[in-house]
Design a protein around this ligand. Structure first.
Ligand code: UN1
Length: 510
């Protein structure tokens, strides 16, 4: 495990940092991090205290005060250097992501690549924090809007993307002139510590203020709650379950703070009779079993036209039969473990429930035991025949379960099944038929934040805005104009004349 050393992970680690400096609290309890890969203890982390949190936020506020005055392209230069550092540590960090979280090494590397990509994107963005120029209705007036830095951004991230989601937020926040404070999932804190260590080199080289990029590892019920209720954090970005987001959104709204919510998905692929099945098959299988079904973009439902249903079902059973499940650091394996045994229990529970509701598990569903599976976190991905209205199908189970759902008529029938869930993150259609594809993308088509044609539901590029509608929370992160959420907008009107005409033609003579 050379990568642990390379990334500065010790046997025992502290739980809060303001950049280069770490707090040294040891009396708040300790997280023992066990790898889902082999059940071995990797390292431990001391939880941060309330005082640590206070210290970190105070520093972050101070750092923001300085950073907001640094010209944005210079802020971009710092992000550029961090992107270079990430390239250097890609292999090590990708391996740690894989070992601590359990996703395949390919996907671990892919996650670090997402970080590198967002750095590059943010560097470009740093010269493009554009506002608009409007025409004034009054003579000798000029009107425009501009974007100013917002403050200290709180980032609450989930276990399934232990590093990339932080970077989408933190790198945009940085070029926008904000400081950021990260609370990672307590299931994968070592990845966050590694990122902090990589950052430290860039911070040192550029003599950046402590507090610009901070980390606090603590329980949601403590640190998470403090962040939600802290007026010094004008924006909280939350990635997690709908329940976590619902609570967080309420708390933050109560103090008129802003949130970016990136919550559950119940993503589907529609297969019409005109689908190119050769292309669809790998997209479906990768979408359903990649990251062991623990992406918020994972493919959970497959809505198949009855004319091709039997063929698709057969091809899937065959493809699932060939899946290699095992140590994700071994590149020959397709599927690694679930995050912990609780997730395995949720997987089994969902399969029990779908059976009770009348569904049929047609392959997979077993918990694997024996050599190489000692952690108890490995399962065989399941394919299940079900109906869209089943209560369990309506829920997001964070595990590799793919529900096959049949439709009979035109594409509209498939779309209405597709949209008939409470979540709205990612969606896809496979068809060679232009009309079907365009209907799917039209105003009466998919109701999701992401809608793809002849591409699966997961694996979005960072250049697009990432997020979804309905109970997915409505937030957008990453590319396109998502940066605007990290800034405050100001409309400016300037009168360069010698009189004071009022808007709307109002006369007020004194
Ligand atoms: C997530 O699961 O929280 O689109 C993020 C994807 C990845 C990001 C997923 N680029 O699957």
């Amino acid at each position: 495990m050379d990568f642990l050393q390379e990334l500065g992970i010790r046997k025992k680690n502290f739980g809060a940092a303001t950049g280069i400096e770490w707090t040294e609290t040891t009396d708040q309890g300790e997280l023992n991090i066990v790898s889902p890969v082999d059940g071995r203890h990797i390292a431990s982390v001391y939880l941060a205290s309330k005082q640590d949190y206070e210290k970190v936020v105070a520093r972050a506020e101070k750092a923001f005060g300085q950073w907001r005055e640094v010209p944005a392209p210079k802020r971009g230069e710092v992000v550029r250097q961090f992107g270079l550092q990430l390239r250097k540590y890609k292999e090590a960090l990708g391996s740690l992501v894989s070992y601590e979280m359990g996703k395949s090494l390919q996907e671990g590397r892919g996650e670090v690549q997402e970080m590198i990509d967002i750095c590059d994107f943010a560097v470009g963005q740093s010269r493009q924090l554009y506002g608009s120029t409007m025409v004034s209705e009054r003579e000798q007036h000029r009107m425009y809007d501009q974007y100013h830095p917002l403050g200290v951004v709180g980032i609450i991230s989930a276990f399934n993307f232990p590093v990339a989601v932080w970077s989408w937020n933190a790198m945009l926040a940085a070029v926008c002139g904000d400081a950021s404070l990260w609370k990672p999932s307590t299931r994968v804190p070592l990845c966050a510590i590694a990122v902090q260590n990589i950052l430290a080199e860039t911070i040192r080289r550029n003599s950046l203020p402590e507090g610009l990029f901070s980390l606090v590892i603590g329980r949601g019920s403590q640190v998470g709650e403090m962040m939600l209720n802290d007026r010094r954090l004008p924006l909280i970005s939350i990635t997690g379950s709908t329940e976590v987001g619902r609570h967080g959104a309420r708390q933050v709204a109560g103090r008129f703070g802003r949130t970016i919510l990136e919550l559950g998905g119940n993503n589907a692929i529609i297969l019409t009779p005109d689908a190119d099945l050769k292309m669809a098959l790998p997209a479906i299988v990768f979408g359903a079993v990649g990251t062991a079904g623990q992406r918020c973009t994972s493919t959970r439902r497959l809505i198949i036209h009855e004319a091709i249903y039997a063929r698709v079902r057969k091809a899937l059973v065959k493809a699932y039969g060939g899946l290699r499940i095992g140590n994700p650091l071994d590149e020959r394996n397709h599927v690694g473990p679930l995050i912990d045994t609780g997730a395995v229990e949720a997987f089994q529970q969902a399969l029990r429930r779908v059976r009770q509701e009348g569904g049929r598990v047609i392959c997979g569903g077993e918990v694997l035991t024996g050599k190489g599976y000692a952690s108890g976190c490995y399962v065989r991905p399941a394919v299940v025949e079900a109906e869209n209205h089943y209560a369990i199908v309506q829920e997001e189970t964070f595990a590799p379960i793919l529900y096959l759902i049949r439709y009979r008529g035109e594409v509209d029938e498939a779309i209405s099944l597709h949209n008939d869930v409470v979540q709205g993150l990612s969606s896809a259609i496979f068809t060679e038929n232009l009309r079907e594809a365009e209907i799917f993308l039209s105003a009466v088509g998919s109701d999701c934040g992401i809608a793809n044609v002849n591409i699966g539901t997961s694996g979005a590029e960072i250049g697009g805005a990432f997020g979804g509608e309905k109970e997915t929370g409505g937030g957008r992160e990453s590319g396109s104009d998502a940066w605007k959420a990290y800034m405050r907008r100001q409309t400016n009107t300037i009168n360069y004349g010698r009189s004071l005409p009022l808007a709307q033609g109002i006369r007020f003579d004194i």
